[in-house]
Design a protein. Structure first.
Length: 250
């Protein structure tokens, strides 16, 4: 549940300043470039560049490493499994790097975006329905509360002698009951929040203004262009070296 608590980047960091939509498009470009191929060169170059970019993201290094640990474990496990299955260690390493690159690109893009800025950008530039965007923003703001309520539920259940979490087996056995309690609490909170938002006029679709309108700039275009250049450059180098291998062979 600690993973629900959002990372808060330094707003003055170079990677935190570009427009939210520019960062999302750049991440999608890199993710697409990694998705269509399985080779060490393309994945290695993209992952190395993303690791350098992480230093300028404004995210706390320890918190970012803690969030990436499950990703690294899962990617390594899949890489070892594919290497054993195909009897090709290079293919296993390429798959592991590919998964790391796709996940890291999405993580850096999402973690460096302020939710309110993203909501305004979706309404202003993507012309998304404001009712859906505002509801999604309100739901995202409740994620940290879920983590705290999870801890409160555990303390309350232990005080009543319902569960104990001394061992991993005890925690696994207590998970369904605590998850059900959290689900019930979330539904009740969502119902109250929906009524409160409708009473304050959030359900209206006309004459709605934006909290922080923000135009797209040349810097935002440079971010997208840099992602395209990295994707094309890494792919071209892989093709030139003869290591490029498409995900689906024609």
């Amino acid at each position: 549940m600690r993973l629900l608590e959002p990372l808060v980047p330094d707003p003055s960091a170079p990677l935190a300043r570009p427009h939210p939509l520019a960062k999302i498009v750049a991440a999608l470009v890199l993710m697409l470039a990694l998705f269509v191929t399985v080779d060490l060169v393309t994945s290695g170059l993209v992952v190395a560049t993303l690791l350098v970019a992480a230093r300028y993201s404004g995210l706390p290094p320890r918190a970012l490493a803690a969030r990436a640990t499950p990703l690294l474990i899962g990617a390594a496990s899949l890489g070892v499994f594919n290497a054993m299955l195909s009897q090709n260690p290079v293919a296993g390493a390429a798959i592991a790097l590919r998964i790391i690159g796709i996940s890291l690109a999405g993580m850096l893009a999402v973690a460096t975006i302020d939710p309110t800025d993203l909501a305004d950008a979706l309404v202003e530039h993507a012309h998304a329905p404001s009712r859906f965007v505002v509801g999604a923003l309100a739901a995202f703001r409740l994620f940290p509360l879920f983590s705290r309520e999870w801890d409160i539920l555990g303390l309350a259940r232990r005080a009543r002698g319902i569960e104990a979490d001394r061992t991993i087996v005890d925690r696994a056995r207590a998970f369904p009951g605590r998850a059900l309690g959290l689900l019930v609490a979330a539904i009740r909170r969502a119902t109250r929040l929906a009524l409160a938002m409708d009473a304050r006029g959030f359900g209206g679709r006309h004459c709605r203004t934006l909290a922080r309108p923000r135009p797209l700039t040349l810097r935002d275009g440079a971010v997208v262009a840099g992602a395209i250049a990295l994707a094309l450059g890494a792919t071209s180098l892989s093709v030139a070296l003869g290591t490029w291998r498409p995900l689906i062979a024609f």
